[in-house]
Design a protein around this ligand. Sequence first.
Ligand code: AMP
Length: 411
Amino acid sequence: MTATATRVLVLNSGSSSVKYQLLDMKPDSAGGSAAGTRLAVGLVERIGEETSRLAHTPLATGGDKRETEGPIADHEAALKAVAAELSADGLGLDSPQLAAIGHRVVHGGLKFTAPTVIDDAVLKEIERLVPVAPLHNPANITGIRTAQALRPDLPQVAVFDTAFHTTMPEHAARYAIDVATADAHRIRRYGFHGTSHAYVSRKTAELLGKDPSEVNVIVLHLGNGASASAVAGGRCVDTSMGLTPLEGLVMGTRSGDIDPAVTFHLKRVAGMSEDDVDVLLNKKSGLVGLCGDNDMREIRRRIDEGDERARLAFDIYIHRLKKYIGAYTAVLGRVDAVAFTAGVGENAAPVRAAAVAGLEEMGLAVDADLNAVRSGEPRLISPEYSRVAVAVVPTDEELEIAQQTYALVNA
Ligand code: AMP
């Protein structure tokens, strides 16, 4: 890496998509921390289909979003197309200014507690975790291999979704099942969205003017996937997702917490196969299963029109959220802040108001006017008298991955 190499390419490879951002991590002119200026952002979708689509926005040049449609056969072709787009803006991946590529990797098991420079042994270990993350890790591995082939000389860093949660104590991480069976198959609660929970809990401390070590925060990451975490003094002590991202809150298409006997029942009584049940709980449940829509905007619109199914779906979503706020208040003992983040958490004021309604005895309240303000900035929405700060803190997983990657290759 040269002294001028301050750019980091962040890659988030899904099974049929690649999200990317190129960031410049040069410290700002005031000599502050790495600014993380976005130079380009984009998304390749429907990889492997006839109708693949690449949307690229060259922020550095102030150019318009460019969209191209047409078949992109695989991840290698996708990354080459991204590289060509970046080159067209003078931001090519062959640039000596590129310091590293940071990869989002969903499952790092117990081994990876921090961002890690990828070598053959690391890649093997990520592969060994495929059985516990069959949907995600294979796509991440493909993304890594493709990027390595493109720039074999460049450090590639894995930033794990699970890493932030590896500080969970055993009593929070273990399921109450036979220990030998659990250990033989690495069955335990790993948690996900860790990059977001890490970023948002730190930003929340900043908003309160405190060091992360001084504050206890409940982070509610409410996107299409949703998870809660209890963060004590900067360390995660519990989180709602488990062995897989299915456990916990009601999500866009996932059921969240459910009696596992429901799955036996579906197989024995309803005659469903293993795969049917998997699809039902991961893709056809949650808000979409309850009311046919998983977009909170649409659900709110239907509620305003008096739609009962949408109302019930919303109420179930909020009920679960409240239970987790209560549970994590008990886990933490003292809560300094509850932070809402991700698509729903950042944008849906009615969700924030409903999740906190009636919790005044627990020191929680939302100010209606502050809650109604729309902003992309971290902000408090609780009234002065509220004992617990309620905050909206926009998440930025790409920036967090870029910062962790850049810090590691400069260490
Ligand atoms: P994410 O997974 O973080 O991108 O969040 C996606 C979800 O955020 C969508 O499915 C919507 O339910 C929700 N969302 C996005 N924008 C809004 C908005 N303005 N109001 C309510 N919900 C929103």
